[in-house]
Design a protein around this ligand. Structure first.
Ligand SMILES: NC(=O)C1=CN([C@@H]2O[C@H](COP(=O)(O)OP(=O)(O)OC[C@H]3O[C@@H](n4cnc5c(N)ncnc54)[C@H](OP(=O)(O)O)[C@@H]3O)[C@@H](O)[C@H]2O)C=CC1
Ligand SMILES: O=C(O)[C@@H]1CCC=N1
Length: 273
C-alpha cells in the first residue's frame, strides 16, 4: 500500500487553508500519523498548533526525501511559495498541485521536467470524505506517482483520471467550484421561501435538507437525475409550475449554469496564463 510510503518518508503540505485542511483531516482519519506530516503555512490554525503537539511538523524544514509534497496555496501565491520546497525536486518526491489554473508546464518550469508532477482538482466536500478529484500527471509522473496521488485523494472521496490536461479548466468549473453553486441554491431556495412568508430559520432548514436529501437520492438511486425529476413532477401540479420557469429555453437554469460554468472555466484559463 503506497500510504505506507507516506508513513516511511513523510508528506509535506504547502498551504493549509480551506482545501488543504479539508484534505489533512481526511488523511488523519485514514490513519496517516501526524508525525508523518509536515505543514508549511505562515499563519497556522489552532487545529494545526494542536496537531503539532501530537507530532505534526509545523513550519519546520521539510524532511529530506518526502514521498509527496502537496501544493495547496492560491495560484496567485504559488510563485512566492514554491522556493520553500523546490529543493525537494532534486530527490524522488512527487508533487501534487491542487491549484486552479496552474499548469503542469508552469510547475515543470520551476521544478524541472524530471520531477513527477500531478495536477489535481478536488472540492470542499472532501472535508466530509465526499469530495471528487480529477487528476492528470506530467510526463515524469509514472504509474507509481499517479497511484500514490490517487490513493491520498481517495482518502477524502472519489477520484477520476483525465488524459487531457486542457479539460482541467472545465473540471474546475463543474466540480471544483460546483459546491458553491449548490450552496448558493440553498441560499436562494431559503430566500424564496422567506419571500413566501416562511420564518427564515424554517426556510433554511427546509432548503438545506431538501438539497442534501436530493443529493443523496441522486447518488444512490438507480434512476437518472432526469427520471428522479420526473418522479417529483405531477401532471398539472406545483413542480410543473416551477419547472416551467426553471426550464425556460431563454432564461432557465440550464442557460444560467452554462454561463456560470463558462465564466469559471475562462477564469481558470486566465489563472494559468
Ligand atoms: N477552496 C476550494 O474549494 C478549492 C480550492 N482549490 C485550490 O486550493 C488552493 C488553496 O485554496 P484555499 O484552500 O481555498 O485557499 P486558502 O487561502 O484557504 O488556503 C491557502 C493557504 O496557503 C497559505 N499561504 C499563503 N502563502 C503561503 C506561503 N508562501 N507558503 C505557505 N502557505 C502559504 C495561506 O495562508 P494565509 O491565509 O495566511 O495567506 C492559506 O492558509 C488554491 O490553489 C485553490 O485554487 C482547489 C479546489 C477547491
Ligand atoms: O475559486 C477558486 O478559484 C477555487 C478553485 C475551485 C474552487 N475554489
Amino acid at each position: 500500500m503506497s500510504l505506507e510510503r507516506i508513513d516511511r518518508q513523510g508528506l509535506v503540505l504547502l498551504g493549509c487553508g480551506k482545501m488543504g485542511s479539508a484534505m489533512l483531516e481526511g488523511w488523519l482519519a485514514r490513519g496517516v500519523a501526524p508525525s508523518s506530516i509536515s505543514v508549511i503555512d505562515p499563519y497556522p490554525s489552532d487545529r494545526l498548533e494542536s496537531l503539532a503537539q501530537q507530532g505534526l511538523r509545523l513550519n519546520e524544514a521539510p524532511p529530506k526525501d518526502p514521498a509527496i509534497c502537496i501544493l495547496a496555496v492560491k495560484p496567485q501565491m504559488m510563485t512566492d511559495a514554491l522556493p520553500q520546497i523546490s529543493d525537494l525536486a532534486q530527490g524522488g518526491t512527487i508533487f501534487l498541485s491542487i491549484a486552479a489554473g496552474s499548469t503542469l508546464a508552469y510547475f515543470e518550469r520551476v521544478l524541472g521536467d524530471k520531477a513527477a508532477i500531478v495536477r489535481a482538482m478536488p472540492n470542499t466536500p472532501a472535508a466530509v470524505g465526499r469530495g471528487i478529484t480529477a487528476i492528470v500527471g506530467n510526463g515524469a509522473a509514472g504509474a507509481e506517482a499517479l497511484d500514490l496521488a490517487e490513493e491520498l485523494l481517495q482518502a477524502v472521496g472519489q477520484t477520476v483520471r483525465i488524459e487531457d490536461e486542457a479539460q482541467m479548466d472545465a473540471v474546475t468549473a463543474v466540480s471544483g467550484s460546483g459546491p458553491a453553486y449548490v450552496f448558493h441554491m440553498i441560499e436562494a431556495m431559503a430566500a424564496a421561501g422567506e419571500a413566501q412568508g416562511l420564518d427564515p430559520e424554517l426556510a433554511m432548514t427546509l432548503a438545506r435538507a431538501t438539497v442534501a436529501g436530493a443529493g443523496v437520492l441522486a447518488e444512490q438511486a438507480d434512476e437518472t437525475p432526469e427520471r428522479l425529476r420526473v418522479n417529483v413532477t405531477s401532471k398539472g401540479g406545483t413542480t410543473a409550475a416551477a419547472l416551467a420557469v426553471l426550464m425556460d429555453d431563454q432564461t432557465g437554469l440550464a442557460q444560467l449554469m452554462r454561463r456560470a460554468v463558462n465564466a469559471a472555466a475562462d477564469r481558470s484559463r486566465e489563472l494559468g496564463e
